[in-house]
Write a protein that binds this ligand. Structure first.
Ligand code: SF4
Length: 351
């Protein structure tokens, strides 16, 4: 359903006036730096990594809220992405990189409006993502109005009612005339999910959907997403920094570090047999629900490097506890661990 190839998103950094006069090259923050993955229909892909690794930028680029610098996004065989469209139309030169292969450039294109009808985003903060001056009915019905669906009022009421009930807000009519401030955090996130599901999308992009909620309601929201995925066959890109939720929720995992995917594979394979030192470090500090099971904690030294100044060679080498000399010079490619598992590290033994 979704194929992302070599996605790049760079943000230019404001330059001092004297640097501009001297025509010094523009500095860029390399938030996403060549990421490829795919999501099948009805599949859950978790993108995991610490803050600042580029997860949210990927989500915003997929849904067209950011313009990709380079790379290809294909949704249902059709090309999406604003930078690509504008570059093809000759409106803007791309800063760097390729805009897909020649073959991909001839693929049919999908409009942003059409994309948003089939792919919806759930934002992290349910307190910020709802209009405080609109009723719950108006909020959930708005996507239908924007996309010109369910034009008759009775149809609209039926669609909103069904979306709210699917999201676990029953009886739905009790919520129609309420405002977001009258709801709890968990109920607000359910309204956000109802607003996303009212269009019956094929893909949900959930950006840390439970991180702002109390621990007691996190499981409820995850169960709800899992039920929607199973009953409606919706694919989910689940973005999180919390590995403990991933085991429960995702079919596949992609672990990101500093704008790149460093390890990916089926959830069970990656969690039971992690290969990349960064994945091992993340897993070593994830809580386990068994007090007798003690893991050796791997505490990484130092801060995540500045994405405007990516280290040479393997970008993880300044913090890697097992780095060797070659790591400073050469960027490791992906090594297949199994047919469904790969990691980018020199120390991984190939299959
Ligand atoms: Fe560590 Fe080297 Fe592997 Fe990078 S390539 S993760 S620095 S061992």
């Amino acid at each position: 359903m979704l194929i992302v190839e070599n996605l790049v998103k760079h943000f230019p950094v404001a330059q001092p006036f004297w640097d501009m006069l001297r025509r010094r090259p523009l500095n860029v923050i390399r938030a996403v730096d060549g990421v490829s993955f795919s999501v099948a229909r009805g599949e859950v892909l978790a993108i995991v990594g610490e803050s600042g690794c580029g997860k949210t930028t990927i989500a915003r680029t997929l849904i067209g809220l950011e313009e990709q610098t380079a790379g290809t996004i294909l949704f249902d065989g059709q090309s999406v992405g604003t930078a690509e469209r504008r570059a093809r139309a000759g409106m803007v030169p791309l800063e760097s990189g390729q805009v897909g292969t020649r073959e991909q450039q001839t693929l049919p294109r999908m409009s942003l409006k059409h994309l948003r009808q089939h792919a919806q985003m759930i934002f992290q903060d349910p307190y910020e993502s709802l209009n405080p001056r609109a009723t719950i009915f108006e909020i959930v019905a708005e996507p239908l109005v924007v996309h010109g669906l369910a034009r008759k009022r009775e149809e609209r009421i039926a669609r909103v009612k069904s979306a709210l009930e699917d999201a676990g807000l029953r009886p739905a009519e009790d919520y129609f005339l309420r405002y977001p401030h009258e709801l709890s955090g968990g109920q607000r996130q359910r309204v956000v999910i109802a607003g996303a599901m009212v269009l019956r999308p094929q893909l949900l992009i959930a950006d840390e959907p439970v991180s702002m909620l109390d621990v007691s309601i996190r499981a409820e929201i995850l169960n709800l997403l899992r039920d929607l995925q199973k009953s409606l066959g919706v694919g989910i890109v689940f973005i999180t920094h919390d590995l403990s939720t991933v085991a429960y929720f995702a079919d596949r995992i992609a672990v990101m570090y500093l704008g790149r995917i460093v390890e990916s594979g089926l959830t069970a394979e990656v969690l039971q047999n992690p290969q990349h030192p960064y994945t091992k470090a993340l897993l070593s500090v994830a809580p386990v629900p068994n007090p007798r099971l003690r893991r050796e904690r791997i505490i990484l030294q130092g801060e995540t490097p500045n994405p405007a100044n990516i280290p040479s060679g393997c970008r993880f080498h300044p913090r890697c506890p097992v780095a060797v000399d070659a790591c400073k010079l050469t960027d490791p490619g992906y090594v297949p661990v199994s047919e469904t598992h790969q990691a980018a590290c020199f120390l991984v033994a190939p299959r």
